[in-house]
Design a protein around this ligand. Structure first.
Ligand SMILES: Cc1cc2nc3c(=O)[nH]c(=O)nc-3n(C[C@H](O)[C@H](O)[C@H](O)COP(=O)(O)OP(=O)(O)OC[C@H]3O[C@@H](n4cnc5c(N)ncnc54)[C@H](O)[C@@H]3O)c2cc1C
Length: 410
């Protein structure tokens, strides 16, 4: 099959590029490294309260349905581009598809392998499917260590760890990189106690708990449970070399807090912040609502420690440098967006000072001809902004492909 464009990444940006290129009459081939589509947004919960809060989480559902209904061999999951070479106007890409170690037909999603796996989260659930998948970056076997606990425990023999992957080659005049971002790992700010102090979670973990209806905040005073949000964790922080704003965090945290309050009206919510920023059109309305439901404290906490009652305790300072210590049932770290892992195959592309894939002066382009960048791969964005950016990337790609065709005809 002729391929006009290789799309790397099946989050909202890659899926938007694919749909738009198809509308414009171009054939693409999409490569996603995980065994499911949707990127980070697939883990988000809908933040509607008594009304829609425009969080954008639903946009991913339709995009995923659209690609999954195309059974035309134009996409591939669990795969990575290993190598890309530019040869006479064509990008020759070598893709490695990881072996399907858990047979979806045989697996009955009993969850025993997840419980038995010695590495936390190395076997996770495919969002919305309940079926497990192996995260090769954490799996001991994939890291060449001896382990077959999951295969041994599986009562339906659905796990075969001896499967090997395969190589696929794609030639295309254009490539769109939509590899997205990585959430900031708060272990980089050890004083916030992440993974050390019980009850400290990231906003992404909170999203997953809410989506699975597994949130339980009644650790201490069950009548009035309390939750604190800490903003700008891994954003606007020159001390850790991250001086940029992650753009989506104020809006997502405020929506999450309002959703929690809507679900549990007795909840006491506090938000620690240095500045509230959002570029969304209807954000002022959300903020006005939030002020009546959340206590905003303009201070970045110095430390989160385990209190005597086992709950997380937040140490912060007031405007006159007075010291406060306040306990909460749950502390949510509103983590920012970091550049995605380096893709060795694309090491030749320029990156911005922050490490995202840089434009060559024109939006959505890169430092190489015919390679375009879409969504959060180019810098932090909300879902809606990623969609707009991806549409623009698709249009630029289409113009480039038409120019290539004209060049070939003349
Ligand atoms: C905690 C948190 C909460 C958020 N909540 C909201 C919200 O409520 N509303 C909102 O508008 N925005 C929110 N955002 C921002 C939102 O996550 C992004 O706007 C959106 O995910 C960007 O989509 P993307 O497709 O560009 O990137 P991603 O979602 O990161 O998707 C990239 C995809 O590319 C794949 N990929 C990466 N590298 C490769 C590779 N080498 N080969 C193949 N595939 C690859 C990844 O597996 C992934 O599927 C939130 C962000 C965070 C951190």
């Amino acid at each position: 099959m002729k391929t006009d464009c290789l799309i790397i990444g099946g989050g909202i940006s890659g899926l938007t590029c694919r749909a738009e290129l198809a509308k414009l009459g171009f054939a693409s081939f999409l490569v996603e490294k995980r065994p499911f589509f949707g990127g980070h947004a697939v883990h988000f919960t809908c933040k509607a309260t008594d009304r829609c809060r425009n969080c954008g989480a639903c946009l991913i559902v339709e995009a995923v349905r659209d690609i999954e209904s195309a059974r035309d061999g134009s996409w591939i999951l669990s795969s990575r581009v290993e190598h890309i070479q530019f040869n006479e106007g064509i990008y020759e890409s070598v893709i490695f598809q990881e072996p399907a170690r858990i047979d979806p037909e045989t697996c009955d999603a009993c969850g025993e392998c997840i419980k038995a796996c010695p590495v936390p989260n190395a076997i996770d659930e495919i969002p919305g499917r309940g079926r497990p998948y192996i995260r090769n970056e954490l799996c001991l076997r994939s890291l060449n260590q001896a382990c077959s606990v999951c295969a041994e425990i599986c009562h339906r023999s659905a796990i075969d760890l001896s499967n090997s992957g395969k190589e696929i080659r794609i030639s295309s005049p254009a490539v769109i990189v939509a590899g997205g971002f990585e959430p900031f790992d708060p272990s980089g700010k050890p004083h916030y106690g992440y993974r050390r102090v019980p009850g400290v979670v990231t906003a992404l973990e909170l999203e997953r708990l809410l989506r699975r209806d597994q949130l339980n905040v009644s650790r201490g005073n069950a009548a009035n449970p309390s939750i604190a949000f800490i903003q700008c964790v891994g954003s606007r922080d020159p001390r850790i070399g991250r001086n940029y704003c992650s753009q989506a965090c104020c809006a997502y945290a405020i929506r999450l807090a309002c959703l929690l309050k809507f679900k549990t009206p007795s909840l006491e919510l506090t938000m620690f912040y240095m500045d509230i920023q959002s570029f969304e059109r209807d954000f002022q309305q959300h903020l006005a609502d939030a002020f009546s439901q959340i206590s905003f404290v303009r201070s970045m906490p110095a430390e989160i420690r385990k209190g005597e009652d086992g709950r997380p305790q937040v140490l912060y300072h007031g405007p006159a440098d007075e010291r406060y210590l306040q306990s909460f049932d749950l502390v949510v770290l509103a983590v920012g967006m970091s550049p995605s892992e380096t893709m060795p195959a694309l090491d030749f592309l320029n990156r911005t000072e922050e490490g995202f894939l840089g434009d060559s002066g024109i939006k959505c382009t890169s430092s190489a001809p015919g390679i375009f960048v879409a969504g959060a791969a180019q810098g932090p964005k909300s879902i809606k902004d990623s969609v707009h950016h991806a549409l623009r990337a698709a249009w630029r790609t289409a113009s480039y492909l038409m120019e290539c065709d004209r060049g070939a005809d003349s």
